[in-house]
Design a protein around this ligand. Structure first.
Ligand SMILES: Nc1ncnc2c1ncn2[C@@H]1O[C@H](COP(=O)(O)OP(=O)(O)OP(=O)(O)O)[C@@H](O)[C@H]1O
Ligand SMILES: [Mg+2]
Length: 246
């Protein structure tokens, strides 16, 4: 959080904000962190969910037909943030093709503008505009070219949380759960992290939530049998080897 907010600071009239990139495995909290940092600044937050088929115009401006012989030009979340001095989270940015990234190159250096070919205009970013990109380090993604890499700095890597952090995240998401369930799921996750398994806190939240629902539906207290069922149905049978006490 400190690094992300520091990267966005402007410390002199000749200074520019940076465009940080949050890196980490799926589900470690990249989007959550980006959103929390943006909220801390008290600005409007816009999220643009990138996919493999996000086109340059999806990032900038799209024409929409409005009635007979009438076109309306609609700003993307990114351009909305540029105009209003908000913060844009370019989520899962590494899924996007080089062609789409190329349309953002001038925005990400000292020019701080984009050019919409569709609308035929140049749009300058508000001085308060800030950008953060999140990226998974999984295989289903594009390798970004160097000129984009060098514009998305600094790189902030998010690792798996420590035990007490993971416990706190679970408690935050499931405040109605008793500690026994949270402890069990935390042990399971920590055990899996130690073997470099890809299971994340999101999986942990789902496991605990499902076990609690199963218990509630049978009007019984949550027990290890229900937790095992929840683990198996969330992550598959092979996950059972990380069950605590085995
Ligand atoms: N620090 C945190 N505080 C509270 N909840 C958290 C925290 N970190 C992660 N979580 C929980 O874990 C889940 C996964 O987090 P998030 O969606 O931010 O991960 P991600 O890295 O963006 O995942 P993906 O790569 O799948 O997009 C969230 O739904 C959130 O509930
Ligand atoms: Mg995310």
């Amino acid at each position: 959080m400190r690094q992300l907010l520091a990267a966005w600071l402007v410390i002199d009239e000749h200074d520019l904000p940076m465009n940080p990139r949050l890196l980490g495995k799926p589900g470690v909290g990249k989007t959550t962190l980006a959103y929390a940092a943006a909220k801390r600044l008290g600005r409007e937050v816009f999220i643009l969910q990138a996919t493999v088929d996000t086109r340059p115009e999806d990032l900038l401006i799209t024409p929409v037909i409005e009635g007979a012989a009438k076109l309306r030009y609609v700003a993307s979340p990114l351009v909305s943030a540029m105009l209003r001095g908000g913060i844009v989270i370019l989520d899962e940015g590494n899924r996007m093709s080089e062609k789409s990234w190329a349309s953002l190159a001038p925005l990400l250096d000292n020019r701080r503008y984009v050019e919409s070919i569709v609308a035929g205009i140049k749009i300058k970013a508000h001085p308060l505009f800030r950008l953060v990109a999140t990226m998974n380090d999984d295989a289903s993604t594009f390798d970004l070219p160097e000129y984009i890499h060098s514009r998305l700095q600094p790189q902030i890597t998010i690792d798996f949380p420590e035990r007490h952090e993971e416990m706190a995240i679970l408690r935050e998401n499931l405040p109605f759960s008793d500690d026994q369930v949270l402890n069990y799921v935390t042990d399971f996750l920590q055990h899996a992290h130690a073997s470099d398994e890809r299971y994340t806190v999101r999986d942990g939240v789902n496991i605990a939530r499902f076990a609690l629902k199963l218990a509630s539906s049978e009007s019984i207290a949550p027990n290890t049998e229900l937790l095992r069922i929840a683990i198996e149905q969330t992550l598959g049978e092979e996950a059972l080897r990380y069950v605590p006490g085995r």
